[in-house]
Ligand binder design. Sequence first.
Ligand SMILES: NC(=O)c1ccc[n+]([C@@H]2O[C@H](COP(=O)([O-])OP(=O)(O)OC[C@H]3O[C@@H](n4cnc5c(N)ncnc54)[C@H](OP(=O)(O)O)[C@@H]3O)[C@@H](O)[C@H]2O)c1
Length: 227
Amino acid sequence: MAARTPNTQTRTIESYSLKIAILGTGGVGAALGTRWGAAGHAVTYGSRAPQSEKVQQLVANSGKQAAAKSPREAIAGADAILFAVPWPAARETLEQLGDLSGRTLIDCTNPLLSDMSGIELGHIISAGEQIAAWVPGANVVKAFNTASAKVMLDPKFGEHRATMFYCGDDAAAKLTVRQLIDDVGFEPVDAGSLTSSRYLEPLAMLYIHLAVRQGLGSNCAFKIMRR
Ligand SMILES: NC(=O)c1ccc[n+]([C@@H]2O[C@H](COP(=O)([O-])OP(=O)(O)OC[C@H]3O[C@@H](n4cnc5c(N)ncnc54)[C@H](OP(=O)(O)O)[C@@H]3O)[C@@H](O)[C@H]2O)c1
């Protein structure tokens, strides 16, 4: 189903529903899956252990239409695929999925070093672009990588919505992702083409640095101010 024009006004739950596959049932997959389920979308988790107690509990918290399957089964018929696995597992996971031509793939990965002291790609290449190269023809949109899973559960700070940047090369896929960002409760900000992943991934590293090393914690977020 095609996405509608992004709506920043109040939207009724019944107004539209997307089929969303979520690959990875960790912090990000769980946070966004429960938010999208609550917004009326049909969430299917793609997990290595779909019958596990953890995943079944997540399904129970992700709306009436939620389910869990293997990653390959989960993506069948999905309008959008959230790719929320650790960077070291990215390539192997993608290779199991088959042809993703024409599919909308939301990439929230950050190419973190194992001790989280930095990122292993950046400036002239990015995880977003590398992932696009691994799945030729897929419409990769970078998003949900610059805030913590905790903030994804509630992106409102008083009267303000935290900003969520997104970037990609396919206009229709970006429109879908913009709507999904809005549905979670963030303010969507278009950061341009997929090459802007080169900026968004270091921005995520700044976030992690501030949250973990500078003591701000993970309950803070970026906000674009305009006038
Ligand atoms: N945590 C954050 O605050 C945050 C914020 C923004 C972006 N990110 C990025 O988003 C991605 C997911 O982050 P996360 O915090 O949700 O990760 P996580 O809690 O470690 O969970 C990742 C999930 O990926 C699946 N997976 C598939 N292959 C795996 C493998 N070989 N090893 C481990 N897990 C594997 C697992 O689900 P199954 O067992 O069900 O298959 C696992 O629960 C990462 O690339 C991260 O950099 C994280």
